[in-house]
Structures are given as structure tokens and as C-alpha cells.
Design a protein around this ligand. Structure first.
Ligand SMILES: Nc1ncnc2c1ncn2[C@@H]1O[C@H](COP(=O)(O)OP(=O)(O)OP(=O)(O)O)[C@@H](O)[C@H]1O
Length: 234
């Protein structure tokens, strides 16, 4: 479970988070949608324990992530946009190495096959294409079989086959009981994946619920534009 309640975070005069509240439940995919600068990355980094909140309450797996120790962090998987991967290593060597950090890691061979990593297993990470690198970053986030998984735009730049496989892998991860949080700018991705949608703008959540609840009688896209334009005007 991830829970943010009335969280604030300032950078100088910028109020990145201005009373941000949302939740993400186990066994569900929650997608966070919102314009550039709305506060998605800041709220996710706070939930990951990489940044602290100025005020408000943050709880992940029953713990304040900023105070949490290594046992908590081992239960959390993170996929960052630019990967943060070592450059001179081949993908399988990296994944086998990461698996040794966990008590009950995923089956590395199976995980790699699902993400079609064997296609480029002989290439060092430095020489991979953006999409290939992203697949390795996703495998790295999943190898510890995390209870909470944070994915930042997981399918941006992926080809349609791989995107479809990544979507089913994300659904399977949630079906196995994990709390999965996905930030995205894709309405299609939110429609396909989300059990729960949160729309954020100017540092606050302005809607939260199932796709049907948030969309009302129209499409998710229409609700998004109405809600984010309304908040900007206010
Ligand atoms: N370290 C920082 N120093 C100064 N300002 C920051 C910092 N981090 C974030 N901000 C500001 O806080 C606001 C929210 O940024 P954030 O990265 O959370 O937005 P986002 O919703 O993730 O945007 P995007 O869709 O572009 O990734 C922005 O105005 C951003 O410029």
C-alpha cells in the first residue's frame, strides 16, 4: 500500500507539492497522469524514500519511506526513466548479479525471455538502443520480486510488440499481489493498465478512482483536459 496525505514539498519559491493526497492499493496497477511539472516525479521520489516531504504523511508498506532501512528498500522496485544502469556490463550478467541481493529473486532467465532480452544479450548496456535499455531497467526493477513497484513511463519509446509484453508483465505483477505505480503521459496506457487512476496538476491530485469513475460519461482524455485546464485557470 502507498498512501500520501496532504504532502507538501517546496523548491525555493516553487510549490512542487501543495497538499498532494492519493493512494495505491496492493494487487492493483495505479497510474499517475498529469502535465509536465505537475508533481508526479516529486511525489513518486518521496514515496520511494529518495526525497523527504516538508509536511504531510507518507506511508509505504506501513512505513515512512524516508526513515526506512534496507529491509524495506529490498521490498521496493524502482525503474527510473534513464535507467541508471552500469554501462560496461552485458544485460544478463547485470540481472544475475542483482538477483544475488535478494532472498527470493525472480527466475532471471524467464524474466529476460518475457522482455526479449536474449535478442541483445551479447551487447553491453552502453551500446543498447533506448528501448532495449529500458527493457533491462524494467527487468532490474522486477528481479527482486518487489511488493511495491514504481515505473516511470515504462513503455515510452518501446515498439508495439514489446509494449504489449510489458503491459502483460505489469498486469501479472499486480495480479501476483504487488502494489504497482505507473507514471505515464499515455491515455492508452492508463486505459489498458489501470485499476486506479490519479490525475495530478499544480501539486495536487484533482481526481482519483477507476478509469470509469474518473472518465464519467466520456473518455479519460476528455476528463483529463477538463480537470487539468480547470485547475490551471484556478
Ligand atoms: N530539485 C528541484 N529543484 C527545483 N525545482 C524542482 C526540483 N524538482 C522538481 N522541481 C519543480 O517542481 C515541480 C514539479 O516537478 P516534477 O518533476 O515533480 O513534475 P512531473 O509531474 O514529474 O513532470 P514531468 O511530466 O515533466 O516529468 C516543477 O515545477 C519542477 O520544476
Amino acid at each position: 500500500m502507498i498512501r500520501l496525505h496532504e504532502v507538501t514539498r517546496r523548491f525555493g519559491s516553487v510549490r512542487a507539492l501543495d497538499g498532494m493526497s492519493w493512494t495505491a492499493a496492493p494487487g492493483q496497477v495505479t497510474t499517475l497522469l498529469g502535465p509536465n511539472g505537475a508533481g508526479k516525479t516529486t511525489s513518486v521520489e518521496i514515496a520511494e524514500g529518495l526525497q523527504h516531504a516538508d509536511s504531510g504523511r507518507v506511508e509505504v508498506l506501513g512505513t515512512d519511506p524516508w526513515q526506512a532501512g534496507p529491509a524495506h528498500r529490498a521490498r521496493v522496485g524502482v525503474m527510473l526513466q534513464d535507467g541508471g544502469l552500469p554501462q560496461q556490463v552485458r544485460p544478463m550478467a547485470l540481472l544475475h548479479h542483482l538477483a544475488t541481493f535478494y532472498a527470493r529473486p525472480a527466475d532471471v532467465t524467464e524474466l529476460a525471455e518475457t522482455l526479449r532480452i536474449p535478442e541483445f544479450a551479447g551487447t553491453t548496456i552502453r551500446r543498447l538502443s533506448g528501448g532495449q535499455r529500458q527493457r533491462v531497467a524494467l527487468a532490474a526493477a522486477l528481479v527482486g520480486r518487489p511488493d511495491v513497484l514504481f515505473l516511470d513511463e515504462p513503455t515510452a519509446g518501446l515498439d508495439p510488440h514489446v509494449r504489449r509484453d510489458v503491459w502483460s508483465l505489469i498486469r501479472e505483477t499486480a495480479a501476483a499481489g504487488a502494489t504497482v505505480l505507473v507514471t505515464t503521459h499515455s491515455f492508452e496506457e492508463a486505459d489498458r493498465l489501470a485499476d486506479h487512476v490519479v490525475i495530478v496538476t499544480t501539486g495536487r491530485a484533482v481526481a482519483e478512482g477507476t478509469v470509469a469513475e474518473v472518465s464519467g460519461d466520456g473518455k479519460l482524455e476528455d476528463a483529463y483536459f477538463a480537470l487539468t485546464e480547470l485547475a490551471d485557470a484556478g
